[in-house]
Unconditional design. Structure first.
Length: 96
C-alpha cells in the first residue's frame, strides 16, 4: 500500500483528512453528539492501534512516536479550543 503523507503541499498536517475517512468517527459525529459508548469504542480502537505498534518500535522510534502523539494531542486540543473561542465570539457579536 502506498504511504499517505502527513502533510499537504504547504507542509501543514492533514491527519484530519484521514480522520474524516474513519468510519467510526463519521458515525459518531453524524448526530453532532458524542455518546459515552462512542467515546469508549474510540478509546478501545486507539488502545488496540497503540498496542499493535508499540512492541515493534526501537527505543529511539518509541521516543519519537511518543513525542509525535503528545504534539498531535496538544495541537488537536488547542485547535478545538481556538475554534470554540471563534464560534463564541461570532455568537457574541452577531456574526454568522
Amino acid at each position: 500500500m502506498a504511504r499517505t503523507s502527513w502533510f499537504d503541499d504547504s507542509d501543514l498536517p492533514i491527519i484530519d483528512e484521514q480522520v474524516e475517512k474513519l468510519e467510526s468517527f463519521t458515525q459518531a459525529m453524524a448526530d453532532g453528539v458524542i455518546e459515552s459508548q462512542e467515546l469508549e469504542r474510540q478509546q478501545a480502537s486507539l488502545i488496540a492501534a497503540m498496542k499493535a505498534v508499540e512492541p515493534g518500535l526501537s527505543d529511539q522510534d518509541h521516543e519519537r512516536v511518543t513525542r509525535l502523539m503528545i504534539e498531535l494531542s496538544a495541537y488537536n486540543i488547542m485547535r478545538l479550543l481556538h475554534e470554540l473561542q471563534g464560534r463564541r465570539l461570532e455568537k457574541a457579536f452577531g456574526k454568522a
